[in-house]
Ligand binder design. Structure first.
Ligand SMILES: Nc1ncnc2c1ncn2[C@@H]1O[C@H](COP(=O)(O)OP(=O)(O)OP(=O)(O)O)[C@@H](O)[C@H]1O
Length: 310
């Protein structure tokens, strides 16, 4: 086991916020583990605790066999951490940044070049350019090289793809797969649900609590009811109207469609609903059944947790 988190809680004082509530999970060696949740869910706080930058109020955690409270030095040299705002020196060049991080950990670029090579060659043509003048995607690659240069066992990446274009995002996930193959365990946080399916396992986190931990497929298979996508002319009125239907268990806007499910699973459910909506004057109604995605699962779990806390 490369990461073991047991009942971690953290409260900030000013303003008073319970950022993490009784968080427990484990990550295996070589696993790509995703922490998925909206802004403010507590992802950065958890990463800061696991990299010894912040102490938890309660609970215990070990990373690469080191205790987050007791083994600070050893733990820090065993982990690589890429914070949300890339911690690059804007006035230093690509090469200078990398050399700086290598020196900080008592190593050299040359000693670990094989690990970063595939990533570094993509930015090497610009190695004399200052970090402050790089594009988002290039900064991200440099920050990843800097986090890797001391050959960590566990890599923490806090929202590494936020603000990065779609092509670079895709490339970034390919790079992570390559690092995983080197035996590095990776914990990555993201607010993008579409990235969840690229992880081996994901924890859905909201308001400091883990709602579910599973493989992406396992999570989707656990969705409790048949799910449908529906659209028509006048999507806002349609949503208002659907929200008034007592037979629906859930309904929400989702891209070009609204997603909905029924309380009772009757075969006539959708037929009756469509007839009803037609009577109300909705035109161009189109409905089909769909498989739940990670975002649908998240919405379902959030509704359940809201219900239970009320
Ligand atoms: N130093 C701090 N003092 C007080 N409250 C804080 C502090 N840092 C974070 N918080 C609060 O704790 C909660 C969790 O924040 P955290 O940054 O861990 O979430 P996150 O999931 O990483 O989201 P984000 O993407 O916005 O950073 C939020 O409500 C945030 O406002």
């Amino acid at each position: 086991m490369e990461v073991r988190v047991e009942h971690i809680s953290k409260r900030y004082q000013k303003p008073e916020v319970q950022a993490l509530k009784d968080i427990s999970f484990e990550v295996e060696k070589g696993e790509l583990f995703g922490l998925i949740g909206p802004d403010g869910a507590g992802k950065s706080t958890l990463f800061r605790i696991l990299t010894t930058l912040l102490l938890p109020d309660e609970g215990q955690a070990e990373v690469a066999g080191f205790d987050v409270r007791k083994d600070l030095r050893a733990l820090r040299s065993a982990v690589g951490y890429m914070p949300g705002r890339f911690s690059l020196y804007q006035d230093l060049s690509i090469e200078e940044n990398l050399r700086f991080f290598a020196t900080l950990f008592g190593t050299t670029i040359e000693a670990n070049y094989d690990l970063i090579k595939d990533i570094y060659v993509q930015i090497e043509p610009f190695k004399d350019r200052r970090a402050g003048q790089l594009s988002g995607g290039m900064k991200q690659k440099l920050a990843l090289c800097c986090a890797l240069i001391h050959r960590p066992k566990v890599l923490f990446l806090d929202e590494p793809t936020t603000g990065v274009d779609a092509v670079s995002r895709k490339e970034f996930w390919q790079m992570l797969k390559g690092l995983q193959a080197e035996g590095i365990s990776i914990l990555v946080s993201t607010p993008y649900m579409d990235e969840a399916s690229l992880c081996d396992r994901i924890a859905l986190i909201q308001e400091g609590q883990i709602l579910s931990i599973d493989q992406p497929k396992g999570l989707q298979e656990k969705y409790p009811r048949p799910l449908f996508a529906l659209r028509a002319q006048g999507m806002n009125q349609l949503l208002d109207s659907l929200r008034d239907k007592p037979e629906l268990a859930s309904v929400y806007a989702f891209g070009e469609y609204h997603h909905l499910s029924f309380k009772e699973q009757s075969p006539q459910g959708m037929e009756a609903l469509l007839a009803d909506l037609r009577d109300q004057g909705f035109q161009d109604l189109e409905a089909h059944s769909i498989e739940a995605g990670v975002e649908d699962c998240f919405i379902e779990l959030m509704q359940k947790s809201d219900g239970s806390s009320n």
